[in-house]
Design a protein around this ligand. Sequence first.
Ligand SMILES: Nc1nc2c(ncn2[C@@H]2O[C@H](COP(=O)(O)OP(=O)(O)OP(=O)(O)O)[C@@H](O)[C@H]2O)c(=O)[nH]1
Ligand SMILES: [Mg+2]
Length: 194
Amino acid sequence: MKIISAEFMTSAVNGKQFPNSADPEFAFIGRSNVGKSSLINSLLNRKKLVKTSATPGKTQMINFFSVNDRMIFTDLPGYGFAKVPDDVKRKWQNLVEQYLINRENLRAVVLLLDIRRKPTDLDLHMKQWLEEINVDHILVATKSDKLKQNERSKQLKKIREAFVDDNETRLIPYSSKDNLGRKELWTLLGERLA
Ligand SMILES: Nc1nc2c(ncn2[C@@H]2O[C@H](COP(=O)(O)OP(=O)(O)OP(=O)(O)O)[C@@H](O)[C@H]2O)c(=O)[nH]1
Ligand SMILES: [Mg+2]
């Protein structure tokens, strides 16, 4: 995908603030610190469009980005970060649920997993819940540059065993550092644009 334009649209802390647009939309979701914001920057060839941080829990709202004036990317707050107070956690959870259930132009969710870690119960619940509410999802294993090639294959296999129950579902190894997997992920997004 050639990126002609990528612009921040708005941040939302509740459903009323979601932008009114019918453009096909893709959401990026996963644990705190898994690399959601970095992945969006990598896909859009922008170093700093989306704020990233070594401190988990950085993204606390849903941020909307308009891409090529024809689709929208959303960066969701990460889940599973222990240091967030319970009431804040509940607020994020409500926001994300509201968004995933009601957003009519949502075409797919990109679900991110850290390639170095075994998926958690929260990851598994998110995946099962997306299936229940009939939202299409694409699986990505982030931070692949942190492992050597043989370790990478081993981890991908482990993640598959824990997370995917068929042989067809793709699990794309990605690195936002060197853009590994960028083309493959764009192909899957492109298929869902039409
Ligand atoms: N080596 C490497 N580091 C990465 C990669 N992706 C993200 N990181 C680093 O991981 C940390 C978290 O990245 P973010 O993109 O901010 O993660 P996030 O999922 O948006 O985090 P929250 O907004 O807190 O939920 C940052 O220090 C990034 O530089 C990657 O592909 N390779
Ligand atoms: Mg973030």
